[in-house]
Design a protein around this ligand. Structure first.
Ligand code: PGA
Length: 260
């Protein structure tokens, strides 16, 4: 394949420790014949499952990440998890700014920026999630919103750090049970906006930043999404939470990409 494809899932507030471990083991079994030169696969379990996850999975097959992180190393931040705590688990990556963090828990771009900088400073691969709401889309300002989320989110991040960054474009209106999947054409258009903005921020190094599409990815739209030139991977929720289904989706997308 002429580019590496990225496949990831965020398990949100689903799966117990036991369920997470058996899911991960099955996913490794299912997908281990696929060369990791061709794909990168990552899973982002709940905090309570992370410790068991890191000891039960070969990270050359599946990278593991956290769903959120505080920007401070320690302090009076009840209920938060610090970069040092995640480092102790030797996690590969940290996800910042998922739509549910922004819209259910009220996180703002400025906080996402503090978290992104802390995550990179501690050496984690850092996945910044961005996306416009339906209202913003209807006002015709999606590009402005995405550019703002990127420019604030990555403010103060150096070009040298670009190889530790991933971006997930997840339109808020397309996520979850009530989500309407974006069309592949619309997703491609927004991915182009994102890639142009990343180039402004990181110059040539932006070519190293994978941009994944997320929001109601399913077997019916995975192929159309992955063949878009500016889409480097799929960030999947519900359709990936059974290992067999995720494995099928990955293979389906890989085939479509090869045949495009
Ligand atoms: P979904 O979730 O695929 O279930 O819409 C996507 C996400 O929230 O990352």
């Amino acid at each position: 394949m002429d580019k590496k494809l990225y496949f990831g899932t965020n398990l949100k507030m689903y799966k117990t420790i036991e369920e997470t471990v058996s899911y991960l083991k099955k996913l490794v079994e299912n997908t281990k014949d696929i060369s990791r030169d061709e794909i990168e696969l990552f899973v982002i379990p709940s905090y309570t499952s992370l410790s068991a996850a890191v000891t039960s999975v070969d990270r050359s097959f599946i990278k593991l990440g956290a769903q959120n992180m505080c920007w401070e190393d320690q302090g009076q931040f009840t209920g938060e998890i610090s970069p040092l705590m995640l480092k102790e688990l030797a996690l590969d990556m940290v996800m910042i700014g998922h739509s549910e963090r922004r819209h259910v828990f009220g996180e703002k771009d400025r906080e996402e920026n503090l978290k992104v900088k802390a995550s990179l400073a501690h050496g984690f691969d850092t996945l910044l999630c961005i996306g416009e709401t339906l209202e913003e889309k209807e006002y015709g300002i999606s590009p402005e919103i995405l550019r703002t989320q990127l420019k604030v989110g990555f403010h103060g991040v150096s070009r040298e750090q670009a190889d530790k960054i991933k971006v997930a474009y997840e339109p808020v209106w397309s996520i979850g049970v009530n989500g309407i999947p974006a069309s592949a054409e619309y997703a491609e258009e927004m991915h182009k906006v994102i890639k142009n903005c990343l180039e402004e921020l990181f110059g040539e190094k932006s070519a190293e930043i994978p941009v994944l599409y997320g929001g109601s990815v399913n077997p019916g739209n995975a192929e159309a999404m992955i063949v878009q030139p500016s889409i480097d991977g799929l960030f999947t929720g519900r359709a990936a939470w059974q290992a067999d289904d995720f494995d099928k989706l990955i293979r389906q997308a890989m085939n479509a990409y090869e045949k495009r």
